[in-house]
Design a protein. Structure first.
Length: 314
């Protein structure tokens, strides 16, 4: 007598596969971006700044198509020296006969590039210093923050002038001079936020589960301080553009490139102030003020979205 084997119970058909962890993470990020934009749109000043910034960035990107690189040439200038605004030259000409409108459009590329890269370098240094000081604490934080305080009490412009003087005159020197002298404010803000984040219960659970220093800083602390870093970057760009213009006006920029600060320096050397050639001075100065204002409006709106307690008016 043989025993018949009982057939195995049929398994239920598998349902739809559950979403992966990466897809859930991307869904959360998309939701966060959507909520951020929905809140950002309620700030009229922020929208105005964003529209102005988009327009200026578009002009800078299209500069080679709008005016061409030959606008920088001093040997093939189409006009005569210091012509007043006219139909052919809406903003007049410089001392070499070049169109100031073309120079203004081309100079937007350098001014925005310096502002973005210098602010990114400054915020990167400040974020690194702030996270390390806030995470490790103790004597390490004391030493680092005393160095930060020294940089903080020293005038940023003076330090930038010193660096730009002792190094070669180039756009990268200006970026480095601005970046390595304007990070202390970001470092103090990020350190304070890091200390606040690390006091939360889930950080203790992460440590209890074996999370190391690198895991805690990169997976828990850094994502929580990134909103602050984003707002600080936006505000830092306007300061970097103003500092670049100041260095160029003082003759510490690259003389071979066209920037708004360099245009002001050329106007001063050409005697535009004493001669009353207002069309040489006003356009680059107004452009610098407008770009600084657009970044400031965007930064204030971002701060208000990320920290509603600020109560910034809309």
């Amino acid at each position: 007598m043989t025993l018949e084997k009982t057939p195995p119970a049929s398994t239920a058909p598998a349902g739809p596969s559950s979403p992966s962890a990466s897809s859930l993470a991307w869904a959360r990020r998309r939701g966060s971006v959507t909520r951020f934009w929905k809140e950002y749109r309620t700030h009229r000043a922020g929208l105005l700044g964003l529209a102005g910034l988009a327009f200026i960035a578009l002009i800078a990107l299209l500069a080679p198509l709008l005016v061409g690189g030959e606008v920088q040439s001093v040997t093939n200038a189409p006009g005569t020296a210091l012509e007043k605004p006219s139909g052919e030259f809406p903003l007049g000409t410089d001392q070499f006969g070049r169109s100031l409108l073309g120079l203004l459009i081309w100079g937007a590329r350098i001014s925005l590039t310096v502002g973005l890269l210098a602010a990114a370098l400054s915020v990167a240094i400040g974020t690194l210093v702030g996270v390390l000081a806030g995470h490790y604490g103790g004597w390490f934080a004391t030493v680092v923050m005393r160095i930060t305080d020294w940089f903080l009490v020293m005038p940023t412009l003076v330090l930038a002038i010193v660096l730009a003087t002792v190094m070669s005159r180039s756009i990268w020197t200006v970026i480095l001079a601005i970046g390595v002298t304007s990070w202390p404010t970001t470092a103090r803000l990020v350190r304070a936020q890091t200390i606040a984040v690390e006091s939360r219960p889930y950080i203790e659970r992460a440590r209890a589960l074996g999370g190391g220093h690198g895991h805690i800083m990169t997976r828990h602390v850094l994502p929580n301080v990134m909103p602050l870093v984003l707002a600080q970057t936006t505000l830092g760009i306007s300061n970097a553009i103003l500092t670049e213009a100041t260095l160029a006006f003082l003759g510490l920029g690259d003389p071979l490139i066209i920037s708004w600060g360099g245009m002001l320096q050329d106007a001063r050397e050409a005697g535009a102030v004493s001669s009353g050639h207002w069309w040489y001075l006003a356009p680059p100065g107004i452009a610098i003020a407008c770009v600084a204002l657009t970044f400031t409006l965007c930064g204030r709106a971002i701060e208000a979205v990320l920290n509603p307690k600020l109560g910034v008016s809309r």
